[in-house]
Write a protein that binds this ligand. Structure first.
Ligand code: GTP
Length: 597
């Protein structure tokens, strides 16, 4: 293919602004797939993605487009994930492109993620084409969105108006891609240099890498080297996406393709790494590589101890496809044998948990999420603690550092007070407040990551009536006065319930947590005290009174559906109970700390 007739672009958008629907229309219009074949939102292939309505994994598709100038163009569309947890993958997908369609909902306007995406697009020198979508909506206000474009440094006259739903503006958009997105500029005679922007595990062929060739070419039989991991593989197959994988002879500079090379684990072909020719390597890898690194950790324990091996196998399988998932065996006095697992963020954690439960039929008890603390001991030792249960005794600790993120919150000014109050309550340090226009404000705070992972986003949403959006970025470690809060159930410490909190809040958290636990832990045949303690000092106490009657008795004579409901609830509850000492503790209790504050 003539490089001048290639256009590589992506679609970036705030969640729900219509990225996937627009991609579908482009595929239809270019005849890449017929309307009949068109499954709704083809690019989001995973079931979970479809259910949650978000794109988790980046995908790519190649389209042929006959432009009005008489030439046929090859358009490579790279889809990008839509959530902050996956922002690194977004950045690599963008680095594989020359242009970006910035989709903005005509009714919602510019949102936090829209802005974040613009920054990454600009960093990658992408040509940005603003697309104002959903113009069919009665509440659409394209003129207001155009004004917002000026505020964020884009030319409103550049904007294309579309309705992905009704197929309006699609041809204009393709014409603009051809005219405005520059063709790739690599050299196919130089040594191979290709950027991996996604990789996934296929049980039959091993890892499939999705890449953009910058220089040189890649073909079957060639020995390639991953520059970060230094691993060498022989290429079994290369090809393009149409949208299914279609083998081809070679993929050369400027093109987007896939490669199978009997790679056994995605860790060996990580997003952001550079593929080169093992025999004639390029001298420098592409910049911007970051090994995947989990930020949030939790313990996962099978409800039934017999499932421990199933859980390990399942985690191993999931890890083949997910370089950022980590796990190591862990034992808890309360929960028995399980794994401490690391995730990019809470969404990532929830997705994995759901997949384990659904695809592997596991019943799991998950402990509250935690971050990694740097613990400096008085004897000079430095520990990285990701499980509160492993925190050394206070006397042995010199100081503790916690990870901090820079959070950017975008919201209408009437909600600024509520958001600031929340941030302050979460130990946030105010950094900046900017008006983007008369009503839209961007707040910047430094907030400890541990406070963010504990439900920050939901709280922000509810306090701002859903108007705020936010984004965060790791911003280093900071010393903090933290203590471990132990929880005792029936006089026994339950390690899996312990948490690390700021000293100033320890008393309050202890009080709230014991109260919540009292709600969650069902009555037993005997009285159960629940206590919170710092070291040996009890800071809060609640008591669950002994059970008197069978729950079902309450329903006799009552209406049947209610009884059924209760039984069903009990059954569900039962699955997720864990006998700890003489007390049964349900899953909810282990997450109780999420509901505080
Ligand atoms: P993520 O994958 O979560 O980032 O979302 P997305 O940006 O891909 O949005 P998606 O295409 O899933 O669309 C979100 C919702 O908006 C869906 O319910 C679509 O049917 C709807 N939608 C998309 N485009 C249009 C449009 O032009 N008009 C109207 N009325 N609705 C649209």
């Amino acid at each position: 293919i003539n490089q001048n007739n290639i256009r590589n672009f992506c679609i970036i958008a705030h969640i729900d602004h219509g990225k996937s629907t627009l991609a579908d229309r482009l595929l239809e219009f270019t005849g890449t797939i017929s309307e009949r074949e068109m499954e709704e939102q083809l690019l989001d292939t995973m079931d979970l993605e479809r259910e949650r309505g978000i794109t988790i994994k980046a995908q790519a598709v190649r389209m042929a487009y006959q432009a009005k100038d008489g030439n046929e163009y090859t358009l490579n569309l790279i889809d990008t994930p839509g959530h902050v947890d996956f922002s690194y993958e977004v950045s690599r997908s963008l680095a594989a492109c020359e242009g970006a369609l910035l989709v903005i909902d005509a009714a919602q306007g510019v949102e936090a993620q829209t802005l974040a995406n613009i920054y990454i697009a600009l960093e990658n020198d992408l040509e940005i084409i603003p697309v104002i979508n959903k113009i069919d909506l009665p509440s659409a206000n394209p003129d207001r969105v155009k004004e917002e474009l000026i505020d964020i440094g884009l030319d409103p006259d550049d904007a294309i108006l579309t309705s992905a739903k009704e197929g309006i503006g699609i041809e204009d958009l393709l014409e603009r891609v051809v005219k405005q997105v520059p063709p790739p500029s690599g050299d196919k005679d130089k040594p191979l240099k290709a950027l991996i922007f996604d990789s996934l595990y296929d049980p039959y062929r091993g890892v499939i890498c999705y890449y953009r060739v910058i220089d040189g070419k890649i073909k079957k039989g060639m020995k390639v080297k991953m520059m970060a991991t230094k691993k060498v593989f022989e290429v079994d197959e290369v090809g393009t996406f149409s949208p299914k994988m279609k083998p081809s002879k070679e993929i050369s500079a400027g093109e987007v393709g896939y490669m199978a090379a009997s790679i056994k684990n995605v860790k060996n072909a990580q997003v952001g790494d550079t593929i080169t020719d093992a025999e004639n390597p390029t001298d420098k890898p592409l910049s911007g590589y970051q090994p995947a690194k989990p930020m949030v950790f939790c313990g996962m324990y099978p409800v039934d101890g017999k499932d421990y091996d199933v859980l390990r196998d399942a985690l191993e399988k999931l890890q083949l496809n997910d370089a950022s998932l980590t796990f190591e065996p862990e034992t808890s006095e309360a929960l028995g044998f399980g794994y401490r697992c690391g995730f990019l963020g809470l969404l990532h954690m929830e997705i994995m948990q759901e997949r384990l439960e659904r695809e592997y039929r596991l019943d799991l008890i998950t402990t509250a999420p935690s971050v990694i603390y740097n613990v400096y001991k008085t004897n000079g030792e430095v520990l990285q603690i990701e499980n509160p249960a492993n925190m050394p005794d206070a006397q042995q600790i010199d100081k503790i550092e916690e990870p901090v993120v820079e959070a950017k919150i975008l919201l209408p000014d009437e909600h600024v007070g509520a958001a600031m109050e929340l941030c302050q309550g979460k130990r946030g340090q105010f950094k900046n407040m900017e008006y983007l226009d008369e009503v839209r404000v961007r707040l910047t705070y430094d907030i400890p990551l541990s406070e963010i992972v504990l439900d920050f986003f939901d709280k922000l949403k509810s306090r701002t009536r859903g108007y705020a959006t936010f984004d965060y970025e790791f911003n280093g470690y900071q010393e903090a006065d933290l203590v471990k809060l132990n929880i005792l159930v029936n006089e026994e410490p339950v390690d899996a319930l312990s948490c690390i909190v700021h000293r100033d809040f320890a008393y309050e958290v202890g009080k709230e947590l014991t109260k919540k636990l009292k709600e969650f832990i069902p009555q037993q045949m005997f009285k159960v005290p629940i206590q919170a303690a710092i070291g040996h000092k009890i800071v809060a106490r609640q008591t669950i009174s002994a059970r008197r009657k069978d729950v079902l008795q309450k329903c006799y004579g009552g209406d049947v559906s209610r009884k059924k409901k209760l039984l069903k609830k009990q059954k569900e509850g039962k699955k997720r109970m864990k006998q700890v000492g003489s007390v049964e503790i349900p899953q909810d209790a282990f997450m109780a700390v999420l509901e505080i504050g």
